[in-house]
Structures are given as structure tokens and as C-alpha cells.
Design a protein around this ligand. Sequence first.
Ligand SMILES: Nc1ncnc2c1ncn2[C@@H]1O[C@H](COP(=O)(O)OP(=O)(O)OP(=O)(O)O)[C@@H](O)[C@H]1O
Length: 387
Amino acid sequence: MLDVRDLEVTYAGGVAAVRGVNLTVDAGQKVGIAGESGCGKSTLALALLRLLPAGARVSGEILLDGEDVLTMKWGRVRAVRWAGASIVFQGAMHSLNAVHRVGDQIAEPILLHRKATAAGARKRTGELLEQVGLPAARASAYPHELSGGQRQRVMIAMALACDPRLVVADEPTTALDVMIQAQILRLIQQLVSAQELGLVMISHDLAVLSDTCDRLAVMYAGRVVEEGPAHQVYEDARHPYGQALSAAFPRIGDAGSRFAPRGLPGDPPDPAALPSGCAFHPRCAVALPSCATEDQRLRPATPDHRAACVHVGTAGSAGLAGPAGLAGPADSAGSAEPEGPAGAAEPAGPAGSTQPARPAGSTEPAGSTEPAGSAGSDVAEEARSTP
Ligand SMILES: Nc1ncnc2c1ncn2[C@@H]1O[C@H](COP(=O)(O)OP(=O)(O)OP(=O)(O)O)[C@@H](O)[C@H]1O
């Protein structure tokens, strides 16, 4: 459904926000994008719907059902937005219009894109609100009359208004408390599975993504440095950055282990002046001298899990083992496989190939982990219990 190839986005001043990203999403598949602030997650999300600000330089391809979003005419872009792909932004309070009733805001794309009558749009709006666990009567509310969770449900209803095939959710639960966050995430999972939608979910929270998504791509300095099945990436990360991200979350169910999440020293690099070689090498505990000069491509750590690190895929090793770059350099480091060319994008297949052997987010069967279910039951509880 979605096939992103070698996507590069550079803002004015040479800010390399997205660098050679490849990503695929199938119908019913949930793909998470993780990474710390500034790594380019939102830029990627905006690019998918061609919402980048003027002045951003973009190259590569974003194929939505085979059509390149980056080169299609504006009339076609308008038709694709909402109906082909829609987006749920972070912070519903800032994304909803404060002076319009939420029902009118949900109805607007239905009127414009579906050419529905006013009565038809009203009816559909009521159905959508019920689908996300809110009473249809809440259509007459203004955003400030709803709780944060209810507003985020409205955003989700809006995103579903024109039956898109793909939903991009950019930090959809950032401002919510953990209970409401869990309900919203479950709602998204249920809707995606029930309607066989594709989902790209962006978050800095690896634990949330590993619970919600089938596959996970970890971004660092604009590049995907690790990708694979969500639970594998979370529990058994192979890139030192992926390991550090994972180790930063406490595992409260892990009997016997100390409650000791670890931070990652140093700061994310300035995307206008990236370090040479592997952009992570100044913060990496297992960097080799060559990491300062040679960039890495994604390479298989297991048949279904790839990481862009010189230590991964070395002879006799399945990649770095152990937590967050905390071990010394891998014994086999000296026998690393030949590295990819500096600055190379990461497809495993031939450059520009139509289907890389193991593209990010591509290999899990559609809807493999979440049974379809009704969105109504426990989400309705939040609607009743919130003011
Ligand atoms: N309009 C813009 N003009 C110039 N630089 C930008 C613009 N938007 C974002 N950037 C820069 O691009 C880089 C990536 O930003 P982006 O918002 O995509 O990161 P992010 O991973 O989504 O961060 P966060 O999690 O904080 O939202 C950052 O260095 C940011 O400062």
C-alpha cells in the first residue's frame, strides 16, 4: 500500500531532516517509527501527505497504491488526502479549530471529498463519533468542552471520515495520561485491524510502539538505523542506538532485574552539521575507528531484523548482543563484512529496486497480531468517565 523509497528531506540551511528512508506498509499492517526528538519523525509523516512547508527540498518516491505522492498534480494530491491517506496530529487541542463545533469539523472533509449532502454528512459524523466511542450528540460540542482523550477521539474520527486506506498518526497520545493513552492506542489498533487500514504510528516511546505495532523502524539523525518485528526490536535491539533507546525504559515486569533505566550520554547531532561516517558514532560505546569515516547500510541481524551497524552481521555473530552498547566492542568486530558506501541509503536489495529484500515494515502478514474487534466497549467507558 505504501512504499517509500530513498526519501530525503532537507530544510533551508542544509538541515538534513530525513536521509534515505525506505519504508513499506501493507493493508492492515501497523508500522511504528521511533526515535528521539529531532530525528525527523514528523518530517517523514508530513512528507507522506505532501504537507511539508515551502522551501523543503524533497527527493525519492512515496508510492501510495503505486502512485507517487511527490510528483502527482495538486488536484490529485487533494483527492488523495483524507480519502487515500489521512493524518492524526499530536495535540488535538491545537489541531482542532476552537471556534467550530467538532461535528462540523468532522463533516467538512465528508462534504468536500465525498460530495455528501448536509444531512448525509451529519449522519456519517454521528456514525464516526460512535465508532470512536463518543455519543453522536457530542457533535455539537466545541473542542474546549471535551476532555483531552475525547478530543483525540474526534481527531481519529476525522481521520477516518473519508475511509482512507492509510492513517498516519504522529504522536497521537503524547499529551494524554497513561490510562487514556492505553484506551486511545487500543482504539487505534481495533479500528486499523477491523478496517484493514495501514498505520504509520510515530512516537518517541518505544514501549508504546512495540505494544501497538507489528513492525518497528528506529530513526537516528534522519535515517532508519534499525527495523524489524516490533517486539524483537524492543526486546532484542541490534543497533547500539536501538539498544540505548530500549534500555532507557524500565521493565517493571522483569522479575529480578533492577529498576534502573539508563540514559544515553551526549546530544542528538545537529542535522545541519552531521558527524562524518555513522552519525551515531560520537555517542556510541562500541564505535570502531572506521565508524568515524564510513556510514553503514541496514544489514540483516536475523532473517527478519536489520540494523545499520558495523558490528551487525559479522561472521559468527548475529549482531551485537546485550544491552545498549554497554558491552565492549564485539569480538568479531575485526572481521566485519564489507561496509556499504559512505552516505548510502539502506535498501537491502539493489539500489532503487522495486522491492528490497527486507524493507522496513514490510514483512509481517497483514493484521497479524491484533484480532479485529469492536471499538465501542471499553473506549465508551472513557467517554462516560471523563468530564
Ligand atoms: N520547517 C522547518 N525548517 C527548518 N528546520 C526544520 C523545520 N521543521 C523541522 N526542522 C528541523 O528538522 C529536524 C527534524 O525535525 P522533526 O520535527 O521532523 O523531528 P521529530 O523527530 O519529529 O521531533 P519531535 O519528536 O520533537 O517532534 C529538526 O532538527 C528540526 O529542527
